[in-house]
Design a protein. Structure first.
Ligand code: TEU
Ligand code: CA
Length: 542
């Protein structure tokens, strides 16, 4: 496979609203990001995936865009954006824009026009259908609860919205829509961005009348067309958000020969702690099975071969914090946060850090729905309450899976509001910011931050981590996740005990060199070792 910069890179995701406020309005901004570029350079990352910063009425925190070529006033100006790109460049940090083109905001000029009349030039930019027997056109559902069809009084038709009713779906079958999107992408490419993260890109080939949403028949044709019209001949990084992807589907997107995307986010591991079956979704909780986690991640490690590339992540702005979710955010907070870093960053693929993950930020439990800000959470709560779920059960699900968990303000130091803002933060700051913060992490050489920093540095030093073969060790306790990476005659062994109990592990080969660990080890592990609670290490065995 031709080597590209992004194969060896680590990407840091910023959710701008919660990163750093500089003007006291309680909302993070672009100047706040610029202020912390030195921190990110110190961590060693190569690129920032910037969640949307475009003009937006914020029905879904910027994922509802009303102007793709303007910056949200709360976040700053186009000048700030240009400075972010150039200041990033000085530090070897590229900016990856969030491309949200499955839908726009209902305040986008195209939709404002489209809804005026059936004859409007922009009408066909969106998906309009007549009522069927006085009701919605069909059974399509919104990810944010309820029907995906909204009735529009003015013209007496329904429009499609796979997310909130303020996020009307674009009609990708319309050639003009596609050309407008490509022109907009070129606007950002000309500004010097490093690539695009493509929001729910698996939905753009939808066939609403057949109730096909993901993986529609024209999806890959559109992506190939986009590639040719925009980034194809530039050295950019692209990553598609594709919820239902299997390894076979991942190859369609990311096989370099097909000229589509660099890589995708697959979510198979993310769904392992939800109940399976008809009508069940992420709110229906079940405990994680570690053997399943091993099986799923290992499958993805080997399945793509030379025909695709993996993204590696535990967290993003839609997911709960990994240390709270599958680790232990009290007794073994530091150990389990480091374990998840070591386990993932030794795998093959491009790792993504979500802001705050590098200091072990945790979920923030709410006790009442009035504390929630996220539209998905609020809509689900209303819907399920009406269906007869108890408040207690719903709050439990929200505390486990709600999107606000990962969106609380970045914890910089132990001052009021964690140094995020001098004003009223838009979303509650976790009180554990007194202990869990960047300042403490930077002062302590054993902190989670320095584990991340070291893992990132190791990736730069060792081609084995980027290119080596992967093999799961199968003869282990259920709770022990161990694998080997091999490259050019060298082999490393990664061992991680994802539990609060000690477990023995028989090392197939003697350790020659200790690469990294989350407990302090005086000797290189040999023979049969006892892995302590959440212990993880990497050793060279040949
Ligand atoms: O997420 C896609 C998506 O389907 C999520 O809403 C996901 O299903 C959910 O959060 C987990 O249950 C992307 C963005 O990442 C998300 O923030 C947006 O809300 C959504 O698209 C719409 O743009
Ligand atoms: Ca601000």
């Amino acid at each position: 496979m031709e080597k590209k910069w992004w194969h060896q890179s680590v990407v840091y995701q910023i959710y701008p609203r919660s990163f750093q406020d500089t003007n006291g309005d309680g909302v993070g901004d672009l100047k706040g990001i610029i202020q912390h570029l030195d921190y990110l350079e110190n961590l060693g990352i190569d690129a920032i995936w910037l969640s949307p910063v475009y003009q937006s009425p914020n029905d879904d925190n910027g994922y509802d865009i009303s102007d793709y070529e303007a910056i949200m006033e709360e976040f700053g100006t186009m000048e700030d954006m240009e400075r972010l790109i150039s200041e990033g460049k000085k530090r070897g940090i590229k900016i990856i824009m969030d491309l949200v083109v499955n839908h726009t905001s209902d305040e986008h000029a195209w939709f404002v026009e489209a809804r005026k009349s059936k004859e409007n030039d922009y009408r066909d930019y969106y998906v309009w259908r007549d009522a069927v027997e006085g009701d919605v056109p069909n059974g399509l559902r919104s990810t944010f609860s309820g029907t995906a069809w909204e009735f529009d009084e003015t013209t007496g038709q329904y429009f499609l919205h796979l997310f909130s009713k303020r996020q009307p779906d674009l009609n990708w079958e319309n050639e003009n829509v596609r050309q407008e999107v490509y022109a907009m992408m070129n606007f950002w490419i000309d500004k010097g961005v490093g690539g695009f993260r493509m929001d729910v890109i698996d939905l753009i080939g939808k066939v609403p009348d057949k109730e096909i949403t993901g993986n529609g028949p024209n999806l890959h044709r559109y992506l190939q067309e986009m590639n040719t019209a925009t980034f194809g001949d530039k050295d950019l990084m692209t990553v598609g958000e594709t919820w239902g992807a299997t390894p076979e589907i991942a190859k369609l997107y990311s096989n370099p020969e097909r000229k589509e995307l660099s890589m995708i986010f697959q979510f198979e591991h993310v769904g392992l702690d939800q109940e399976q079956g008809e009508g069940k979704d992420k709110w229906d909780l079940r405990p994680l099975s570690i053997p399943e986690l091993k099986q799923v991640l290992s499958k993805w490690q080997v399945a793509l071969g030379d025909e695709g590339w993996n993204s590696l992540f535990w967290n993003n702005h839609d997911l709960p914090r990994i240390v709270s979710r599958w680790g232990n955010d009290t007794t073994y907070h530091d150990q389990s946060a480091k374990l998840f870093a070591i386990l993932l960053y030794m795998m093959k693929g491009t790792p993504y850090i979500y802001q705050g993950e590098e200091i072990g930020m945790t979920n923030y439990p709410i006790s009442d729905i009035s504390e929630a800000q996220d539209i998905e959470t609020i809509n689900m709560y209303k819907e399920r309450l009406a269906l007869g779920f108890t408040k207690e059960a719903l709050i439990e699900s929200i505390n486990a899976k709600g999107r606000d968990n990962g969106r609380t303000p970045m914890q910089w130091n132990d001052s009021p509001n964690a140094g995020f803002t001098t004003g009223e933060p838009w979303l509650h700051v976790n009180p554990n910011a007194k202990e869990i913060n960047v300042k403490n992490n930077l002062e302590n050489p054993d902190s989670i931050f320095y584990t991340y920093k070291k893992l990132i540095a190791l990736r730069k030093q060792h081609a084995l981590i980027v290119w080596g073969d992967y093999e799961l060790l199968t003869e282990t306790a259920d709770e022990v996740f161990a694998y080997k990476r091999s490259y050019n005659g060298k082999t490393w062994l990664v061992a991680a005990n994802i539990s609060e109990e000690a477990h023995p592990l028989e090392l197939p080969e003697a350790g020659k060199e200790l690469i990294i660990s989350n407990y302090s080890l005086t000797d290189v592990p040999q023979g049969t070792v006892t892995l302590r609670p959440y212990e993880a290490f990497v050793i060279r065995v040949s």
